[in-house]
Design a protein around this ligand. Sequence first.
Ligand SMILES: Nc1ncnc2c1ncn2[C@@H]1O[C@H](COP(=O)(O)OP(=O)(O)OP(=O)(O)O)[C@@H](O)[C@H]1O
Ligand SMILES: [Mg+2]
Length: 339
Amino acid sequence: MKTIAFLYNVRHHYPEANDYKNQLQGDFDDPITIRWQIKHLKNLGFNVIPIEANEEAYLKLYRLKKKINLVFNIAEGLHGKDRELQIPAMLEMLQIPYTGSSPLTHAFSLNKEKAKEVFIANGIPTPIYQVFQTYKDSLSGNLKFPLIVKPIAEGSSMGITNKSVVYDEDSLRRQVKKIITTFNEPAIVELFLEGREFSVSMLGNPPQILPIIESDHKMLPKKYQSIDSLEVKWYFEDKNLDYLICPAKIDIKLQKKLEKISYKIWQALEVLDWGRIDIRCDRKDNPFVLEINSPPGFAPPEASLSSYFPLAGRAAGLDYEKVMLGIIQSAAKRYGLKI
Ligand SMILES: Nc1ncnc2c1ncn2[C@@H]1O[C@H](COP(=O)(O)OP(=O)(O)OP(=O)(O)O)[C@@H](O)[C@H]1O
Ligand SMILES: [Mg+2]
């Protein structure tokens, strides 16, 4: 029986839109998610060693190194602006095979500014933007309202709430200040795109594109901005399962555009095994990349039915365990491991 070490971060607070500090663990996973993920790994016939990706993780990995055949990594990392690369970097150092991308890819995918620089260098369209180091920075002339304010290096819509879309300079500065002080990192301000939004899940090397998800913003009650904000992701999606349309109803031309962009990003950032790309269109259906998620959220159906990557898998006829196995096999093949 092969042994898989399962590397995760656990959330101790449920995020709230009005309590920004509470959002700091937003991209960690609930205990119930982790319990079920372990169960699914066991169902696949693996001996599973769960390891929380905290400061003791390195010691545990070091001690258990000889027993571990492969790490299934969904850890987001613990501290600092490059935290997602911490576990992959430890695993490289210890020469333990693991699922997903390398430290370099994780560093770029977490940092929205650096990812955008790579997109731009590769001719991949992304909304124009400006990074604010302080709320007093002067606003560049080519950014016209409405704009959206985001933390530069977070995920799971942390810091992205109804208040993030801003229509004038006062509210822009207020929101930038809030983000910088809460997350202790620069804010990224982007042109707000008002068109359709898609999420593209990719699996394997070379990747297969799973059915594309569209968020049906038209379904949102008036009190919500038409974005996948924290409020929408955490309080609306799970209760309104038809909000996420998968496969998205798109014509072949748009589908080809989305796929082309996604493959280009995969190559440019050297993504491995799995990743999810968020894309939003302008009003004329021209797609622009918002970001890449590596590793993407991966909650099992017992914990959430609106976790994007497993949802796309289900639409392709792959249940949670099949997707999990797909990720594992794709990594194992890279390392020449028999799993
Ligand atoms: N430039 C933009 N124009 C329009 N909407 C945007 C823009 N940037 C972000 N959004 C909205 O905000 C949501 C969250 O933004 P983004 O995907 O960049 O953040 P995230 O927290 O990293 O997301 P995830 O939960 O996928 O990790 C998007 O899904 C989209 O609805
Ligand atoms: Mg996103």
